[in-house]
Design a protein around this ligand. Sequence first.
Ligand SMILES: Cc1cc2nc3c(=O)[nH]c(=O)nc-3n(C[C@H](O)[C@H](O)[C@H](O)COP(=O)(O)OP(=O)(O)OC[C@H]3O[C@@H](n4cnc5c(N)ncnc54)[C@H](O)[C@@H]3O)c2cc1C
Length: 644
Amino acid sequence: MSQQTHTHVDERTARKVAEEARETEWTLPSFGKQLFLGDFRLDLIHPHPRPEGEPRRKGEEFLARLTEFCATRVDGALIERESRIPDEVLQGLRDLGALGMKIPEKYGGLGLSQLYYGRALMVAGSVSPALGALLSAHQSIGVPQPVKQFGTQEQKDEWLPRCARQVSAFLLTEPDVGSDPARLRATAVPDGDDYVLNGVKLWTTNGVIADLVVVMARVPKSDGHRGGISAFVVDMGTPGITVENRNAFMGLRGIENGVTRFHDVRVPKANLIGKEGAGLKIALTTLNTGRLSLPAMCAASGKWAAKIAREWSKERVQWGRPVGEHEAVSRKIAFISATAYAMEALLDLSSQLADDERNDIRIEAALAKLWSSEMACQAADELMQVRGGRGYETAESLAARGERGVPVEQLVRDLRINRIFEGSTEIMHLLIAREAVDAHLSVAGDIIDPDASTGQKARAAAKAGGFYARWLPTLVTGAGQRPNSYAEFGPLAKHLRYVERASRKLARSIFYAAGRWQGGLERKQGFLGRMVDIGAELYAMSAVCVRAHADASAAGGLGSGAPGKSALLLADAFCRQAHVRVEELFDGLWRNTDAMDVKLARAVLAGDFAWVEEGVLDPSIPGPWIAPSEPGASEKESVHRTIG
Ligand SMILES: Cc1cc2nc3c(=O)[nH]c(=O)nc-3n(C[C@H](O)[C@H](O)[C@H](O)COP(=O)(O)OP(=O)(O)OC[C@H]3O[C@@H](n4cnc5c(N)ncnc54)[C@H](O)[C@@H]3O)c2cc1C
């Protein structure tokens, strides 16, 4: 029987819940927000911030200890084989302080900056992505971050020291609640000094071994209770909690991910974080920087992919040459290396902007998550192709027949989830698009609101007219059209000029689209997705130029090596590749099959094309499992499992 329990929530309610969870204030400047408005604010990201002083010393010292530990005490192949992180590895990480990387020192943590936290995840994630997932699920979305940001002093005193030594988890998803939290069914009913928690949470990373969890549950509205989705810290030792399953996945085989059931669990009122009804906002705000963990894992994968692609395509000779010298493979090597550099540039820049607290980085972090999770998968896929059959073979099998156990197929499997969790690519597109078009929505509000009256629309049109009269002329010309702009960037100046021009073109495109589709724009997900992807590529190009400028400067590079001029070469190559992608995306804004695809999908869903599925068996429908020797077996099985 299906586990799903269906709550009817219409689209309007789903949007309303998402809208209420949005942070609407912008007190600090945002490079990403301005980019979508055609205002290329290079000054917000250049010169590239550098780690300095005590945070740098502390970060480097910890990184050295963590690297030594991971290199000598963690066997990634063992974790993969046994689908488990050994106890001694977890204990070792605890002793190093790795469970409290972002917890302030006064609460027993290491108090690392976002930059060094990301670098630590890269080290741990490169030896075993499951280890990276354990650390980030605990620290980016688990208990410490919301308590640090939204907890009372008592809550901080009680839980942060525990979080520095214990594993925690974040429990939002339910069988019927994925991308749409409006359907949330877990309840927290006030009763005396407690809330009584009931519900089932699915896919709880770390949930199987966690000591503390953050649970999202709905408080019913009643006298004295504003109600709504709320965030609670729950001690997993509380009676009434059962972990019902340890889930297994395509990748990340060592993660302790479960199904957690709450049955009449009494949670003290003191465990509510923030106010009733503020749970989703807290979760989303936590993700502002929390979203940078996955880009760290992706950047780590890109670096390793670049190494393996280089080593293998130099060593492997076919058709009289190393495979890397055949153009088809050369292009893949160039893509992997340039993308690896860009993923690190995007991560480091976004992290340092977060550390500096001078910018609002919610769009930048979201763009980094979206872009890195997609590009890392592409790079890993290309790496698999470069490795040929060995790319598809498991590391264990390679080693068993005497070759180097290079886990490329594992990389492809491990990376895939990054496009789904912490906001799927489709949801990230909508979330970022919402912010990108916010300027339009806030002026054009009632014009495009399907519920507004004619009078309201007319008043809004007059107001919007004034805004656009001031704004549109700013999109006509800019620094990108002046040949000497950004000259200090040398060979990269032309790319920044392109970004500036493309940013204005993007803003103009959004304006045209808002005029053309008005309230229907929010449903044009093909358009919105491409628009956001353009913004992501432009942010990546900007980050790479600024990074390469710093790497090549006399003061020494920002990364581990000292790349000097070669950083400029790699950045130039990346920007040329990204430029081609951006042009394709611009083209696709207006020339595409979106409308036809929507129509076709509707017909497919109505069953009009079910005939196309005929002639195969469906392995997800169990057969009667009759022994092949039994008479009539083949007919019975085909009757049971054939589609159509
Ligand atoms: C390994 C793993 C670990 C996880 N860890 C955690 C965890 O620690 N805590 C936790 O709470 N959750 C966790 N999750 C859940 C994860 O965050 C969800 O899988 C994710 O939010 C997507 O939800 P869903 O799988 O239900 O997909 P659905 O929401 O059902 O979506 C299905 C598809 O439809 C698309 N879609 C949905 N809505 C829209 C829309 N409005 N417009 C366009 N497209 C849409 C989605 O992008 C997706 O492609 C984990 C999941 C996995 C697999």
